[in-house]
Structures are given as structure tokens and as C-alpha cells.
Design a protein around this ligand. Structure first.
Ligand code: GRF
Length: 201
């Protein structure tokens, strides 16, 4: 299964996925392309160092649907079947989502449905929750709302700042994303309504 990764920044999840694919941890997969909407995204260089094709497709004053159509075309030309959002800071248009039904996944640094959107580590601290974590989910037309593939939990400590909590969550993100993509690629993950159900052999 050819994977396309969309990023806007640092790219640590991209590195985790690319290295897992290269080491055979996600059997039957290949990272075909990494696309950024930001030319300065650090993840581009990390992908290129690993021999992966990189593209910058900026929005540049266009409508979201037009920008997305160019990205969808680039993915389709390369035979991409699974799109992984990894710190991609734009909402996808309905047309983009419909082009890859149940074939777009995202990682989010909270335990959804708590704290969708942005600055979620600070929101978790401000709310006083004792546990947070990360969620890998399918992308549908609503923000951070598609069927959940898997979640990992981390403790929120009394002296946490948004940064310390974000780094503790990030440590769990990489393994969670690898395992979630492995499940999707395996073909043993079925979506039934709101639920994504995995049958391990
Ligand atoms: C991660 O915290 C991810 O959960 C969120 O954006 C961040 C991306 O980090 N969606 P990186 O670019 O993969 O290092």
C-alpha cells in the first residue's frame, strides 16, 4: 500500500512512520511521497534524507478546494492509497475526504472526543484532567471526529506545562501511529459506523 504523508512542520511522526516502513515494521507498505503546505517544514528535509520524494504545495491565496485538488492529484498520480496527516495544519475539504474514503488517518494529541482542535495540551491542563494521550483516527468531514483506530494514555502531572505534557504525549504518538498504520495496511481493520474494529488473527 503506497502511503502519502502530509505535513506542515517538524515531522517527527513522519520520521517514525518512514523508519518503521523501511525496517519492515509495517509489512506491505511504502512511503511514496511527503507533501508540505509550508516550504520551511523541517520534516521535508528529514524525508528527503531518507530517499523519499518531497513536494511543497502552498495554498498561495487559492481556495481550499483548489489547493486540495492539487494535492489529491499529486497523491493519485503516485498511486497513493493511504494518506497520513502528521502535523498537517489545514482542514481538508469535503472533496479531499471523499477522494479517499476511510483512507485518510490523522494523529491528534488528546484523547478524543475530548479536546479537538488546537492548543489541546493547554486545554487538557486547564480543564484539570488527570490523563491525556493521543488518538489515531480516520478523517471524516468533521474536525477530529472520525472513527478511532487506537489511543494511548499518559498521565497529566500537577506541574505539567503545555510543553512538558506535549513531549510526554509525543513519546507515545510515534508508536501509536506506527501500530495504527500497520492495522490499516493489514486489511483487518473494519469501519462499522462510528467504530473501527481490528481483528488480530
Ligand atoms: C503532533 O503532536 C501531532 O499529534 C499533531 O501535530 C504534531 C505533529 O508533530 N497533529 P510532528 O510534526 O509529527 O513532529
Amino acid at each position: 500500500m503506497k502511503i502519502g504523508i502530509l505535513i506542515s512542520g517538524r515531522g517527527s511522526n513522519t520520521v517514525a512512520l518512514a523508519d518503521a516502513v523501511a525496517s519492515g515494521e509495517i509489512p506491505g507498505s511504502e512511503v511514496a511521497v511527503v507533501i508540505s503546505d509550508q516550504p520551511s517544514a523541517a520534516g521535508l528535509e528529514k524525508a528527503a534524507e531518507r530517499g523519499i520524494e518531497t513536494l511543497v504545495i502552498e495554498k498561495a491565496g487559492r481556495k481550499r478546494a483548489d489547493h486540495d485538488a492539487e494535492i489529491v492529484a499529486a497523491l493519485t498520480e503516485r498511486g497513493v492509497e493511504l494518506v497520513c496527516l502528521a502535523g498537517y495544519m489545514r482542514l481538508l475539504s469535503p472533496e479531499f475526504v471523499r477522494s479517499f474514503p476511510n483512507r485518510i488517518v490523522n494523529i491528534h494529541p488528546s484523547l478524543l472526543p475530548s479536546f479537538p482542535g488546537l492548543n489541546v495540551q493547554q486545554q487538557a491542563i486547564d480543564h484539570g484532567v488527570k490523563f491525556s494521550g493521543c488518538t489515531v483516527h480516520f478523517v471524516n468531514e468533521d474536525l477530529d471526529a472520525g472513527p478511532i483506530i487506537l489511543q494511548r494514555v499518559v498521565e497529566v502531572k500537577d506541574d505539567d506545562t503545555a510543553d512538558t505534557l506535549a513531549s510526554r504525549i509525543l513519546e507515545e504518538e510515534h508508536g501509536a501511529y506506527i501500530e495504527a498504520v500497520r492495522r490499516v495496511v493489514s486489511g483487518r481493520l473494519l469501519v462499522e459506523g462510528r467504530r473501527a474494529i481490528y481483528s488480530s488473527e
